[in-house]
Design a protein around this ligand. Structure first.
Ligand code: FAD
Ligand code: DLZ
Ligand code: SF4
Length: 519
């Protein structure tokens, strides 16, 4: 290092990209990169041990890669004396050690951290430069411009603009490839019984990861979730290999079976890239281009490739825009006035409802569930049962390895719970047992029947569904897309509705509830 005062460059656990803004103009002869395993980040909600292990291992590998470039990295391990208890504490210690000319950071992915970050300059007494995060495909300023003046913020319009802006799946005349922007209607098939999904690749833990696993087991083994069997990609190279495997073996069927669920098979034809992508190990535009290449090479059909690109280019960017333009008020809304605590089975998986038992158990074992499991099983139950959005949001932030508030909150609060009153979703994603029966084989292994409504063995989702429709009438009957369902309910007659609502209430009263995990 030179004698000049260094610039201290803080890289957070979900900023593991060599292109991250805080490293942009680094002078390896002068500067120090600071990375902190912070107790506060692991416990502000009790994260799934797999998520902590994934991030610590990915952080340590990233630090090694920077050192191999000749960059000085001050990596503060959780188990070292004087460890950083929080980002702020770790930064204060590092400023005292290096007396830097300034601190450079990249804006974080959570409002909670940004608020704290805004006070760091005063706390450490040197300038703190908070840089924009350039790893996304829609800069927040552009999203603000797009959203400003619009009455509704539908993802579909945003997505079409993004397709045009990035020139993805467009004909030379700038028309959508294949003549349509959206192939969603081709992407809702149930899985044929004889179709097997290929196993995703497993990445055997190296010595560095094994050390992390021991640390996490000792410190966070009591959190919800299983650590054994950890095989996640923890470097950019492994994440690339995982994505290549997806393109070759699962992308061709990704679209058609995107919404399907099968007992004992949590991964099916999904890409499983959200955790490494959100941590910065993969680049979103590169993923979209490689999927597009697979289409042009005739390797994957348009409905699969368009469906995949829409998730990354559309949904992922859109929910981030919603989060940053609407926080902090967004998290406080409760449009459907849902106040019930979270049932205990969200933590134990102990319920006779097989679909919920499956999804909670897979979530516990893998820190992962796919979109429809999150939306239409655990999310749908929480919506119908009227569970407090704060408790549900905290659960989703705890249990998934890909969960950071910028992406988790709009999906849970807006899409699954309609707690934002329809800013994000055009209607509540409420469904009875019929939907789960159509899209999965869960009901065949269940003690309840999705075809029954009032009998002892009737699927609880059915009574809960009608209770939800009746309970939320003041809000949902005004929604044009829900008028039909209200007409159907009116035709069912008061007595039937009363019986269904009584059944729903008895069922909910019979559940066990835990004190909520709150942020
Ligand atoms: P694939 O199905 O293969 O999709 C490819 C990629 O598209 C994903 O990796 C992800 O980066 C992106 N994507 C897909 N859907 C969405 C979406 N709705 N919002 C943002 N990105 C999307 N995703 C997270 O990354 N973190 C979360 O905390 C999170 N919480 C969710 C909570 C609920 C209630 C719901 C309904 C969805 C949530 N999602 C979240 C979106 C989605 O479920 C996951 O991105 C996906 O299951 C990850 O698995 P995959 O990589 O195999 O995704
Ligand atoms: C999620 C997480 C966890 C569990 N631990 C750390 C950590 O020890 N150090 C770190 O730099 N980042 C961690 N993260 C990710 C942060 O929570 C994330 O950077 C912020 O929430 C901002 O998105
Ligand atoms: Fe779930 Fe109802 Fe099907 Fe059982 S019958 S698996 S509770 S949808």
């Amino acid at each position: 290092m030179t004698d000049a005062a260094p610039v201290l460059r803080l890289v957070l656990g979900d900023q593991l990209s060599r292109s991250i803004a805080a490293l942009g103009d680094i002078d390896p002869a002068r500067d120090v990169v600071l990375m902190i395993e912070a107790m506060e980040e692991c416990t502000y909600v009790p994260h799934h041990p797999r998520k902590i292990a994934f991030l610590f291992s990915a952080m340590r590998h990233f630090a090694e890669a920077l050192r191999a470039e000749g960059i000085t990295v001050d990596y503060r391990r959780l188990d070292e004396p004087g460890e950083g208890r929080s980002f702020r504490h770790g930064l204060e210690q590092a400023v005292a050690r290096y007396r830097p000319a300034r601190v450079v950071v990249t804006e974080p992915g959570e409002w909670r951290v940004l608020e704290d970050m805004r006070g760091w300059q005063e706390a450490v007494g040197v300038p703190v430069d908070i840089r924009l995060d350039g790893r996304f495909l829609c800069p927040l300023e552009d999203f603000r411009r797009w959203a400003g003046g619009r009455r509704t913020l539908r993802m579909e319009w945003f997505y079409r603009d993004m397709r045009r802006r990035h020139g993805l799946l467009l004909t030379p005349g700038s028309e959508p490839e294949g003549g349509r922007w959206n192939y969603d209607q081709d992407n809702r098939e149930a899985l044929p019984a004889d179709l097997e999904a290929p196993d995703p690749p497993a990445f055997a833990p190296d010595a560095l990861t094994r050390e992390v696993l021991d640390l996490v087991a000792a410190r966070f083994g009591h959190h919800f979730g299983r650590l054994q069997g950890f095989a996640m990609p923890v470097t950019a190279a492994d994440a690339e290999a995982a994505f290549d495997h997806f393109i070759r073996h699962r992308l061709p069927r990704f679209g058609t079976y995107q919404d399907a669920m099968r007992q004992g098979e949590p991964f099916l034809f999904h890409s499983l890239i959200s955790a490494p992508l959100n941590a910065g190990l993969l680049d979103p535009l590169d993923l979209c281009r490689r999927a597009e290449d697979a289409y042009h090479a005739g390797h994957a059909p348009l409905n699969a490739v368009e469906g995949f690109i829409r998730q990354i280019l559309g949904w992922r960017e859109y929910v981030r825009g919603i989060y940053w333009t609407r926080m902090p008020d967004y998290a406080q809304t409760n449009a459907l006035e849902a106040h019930r605590p979270l049932p205990r089975f969200y933590w134990t998986g102990e319920t006779g409802m097989n679909c919920l038992r499956q999804v909670v158990t897979e979530t516990h074992d893998h820190a992962h569930a796919h979109h429809i499991q999150r939306l239409m099983v655990t999310g749908n139950f929480a919506l119908l049962a009227g569970i407090d959005p704060a408790a549900v949001n905290a659960w989703y932030l705890v249990v998934y390895a890909d969960a950071y508030e910028w992406v988790q909150l709009p999906n849970t609060h807006g899409m699954a719970l309609y707690a934002d009153g329809g800013l994000l979703a055009s209607k509540p994603y409420a469904a009875s047992g019929k939907y789960i029966d159509r899209m999965s084989d869960y009901c065949r292994h269940c003690r309840y029947s999705p075809k029954k409504q009032l009998e002892d063995d009737a699927c609880p989702f059915n009574a809960l569904y009608w209770d939800f429709i009746a309970r939320t009438r003041a809000v949902t009957a005004r929604n044009r897309r829900m008028m039909m369902i209200h007409k159907t309910m009116d035709r069912m007659g008061d007595e039937k509705i009363r019986a269904l609502r009584d059944k729903a209430r008895t069922f909910l009263d019979g559940l066990e509830y835990d004190p909520p995990v709150r942020r």
